[in-house]
Design a protein around this ligand. Sequence first.
Ligand code: MG
Length: 256
Amino acid sequence: MIEIKSKREIELMEEACRITALVHKKLEEAIKPGITTLELDRLAEKIIRENGGIPAQKGYPSGIKGVMDFPATICASVNDEVIHGIPSRKVILKDGDIISIDLVTYKNGYNGDAARTHIVGKANAEDKKLIEVTRQAFFEGIKFAKPGNRIGDISFAIQEYVEKNGFSIVKEFQGHGIGRQMHEDPGIPNYGKPGKGAKLEAGMTLAIEPMVIAGKPDIWELEDGWTIVSQDGTKAAHYENTILITEKEPKVLTLY
Ligand code: MG
C-alpha cells in the first residue's frame, strides 16, 4: 500500500530531509585526498545527532544469516563500488577517486534519504560526465513525478537518459517510497515502461535513486554481504533525493 502523507507528516519529513541535506553539504566540504571513509562516517553521525536525529542506516538488518547489520551511518562506496560500501579506517581517499555517499536521517518518526557522488581532488572528464549524467537522470525522472502519471514514466525517463549517454543502469536495486519506514511501497526501478506501475498521487513521498555504472551493468556482492561492485571494475555513481508529489511540480526535500 502506498501511503499518502498528511500535512503534519510532511512537515516532520521535511525536518529529517533538511538534516540529511545538511550532512551531505558538510561531507562534500570535508572530502579531500587523505581522509578516510570512517572519518566521513563519524562526521555524518555527529551532525545528525547534533540536530536531534538518528542515523537510520546504522544497525539496519541485513536479513541474511551470518551477515552483520549495517554498522555505520553512511554508505561510502568508492570507485567501482556502486552502493552499500562500509566506511573503514583502511579506505583512505586519494586524488582522482570518486565516492558515493548514501545516508538516511530519522527524526520524530520519519526518514529523509539522499545520496551524492563526489570527485576526490582533481576531476577526470569521464568521471565528471558519469556523475553529472547520474544526477541529471534523477531530474529527468522527476519531470514525470506528477499526479496521474505512473511509476513507469519516471523509470523509463531515467533509463532512457542514462543509456542515451552511453552508461548502464543497475537493475537489481531500486528507489522506494519513504516515510515512517526507510523503505515503503512502491518500488521505483530505474528502468521500465511508460504507463506501467502504480499511479502517482499528491502526498506520496518517494526516494528516487539512479545507480549508474560507466561500463557494463553487471554487479557482484563482496564477501562482507553488503558492498555492491561493478563486475567489470568500471566506476559507478549514485544520486538520490526524497521527493514529495504535489498537485503541481514535485518538491525535492533533500536539496541543501
Ligand atoms: Mg538512500
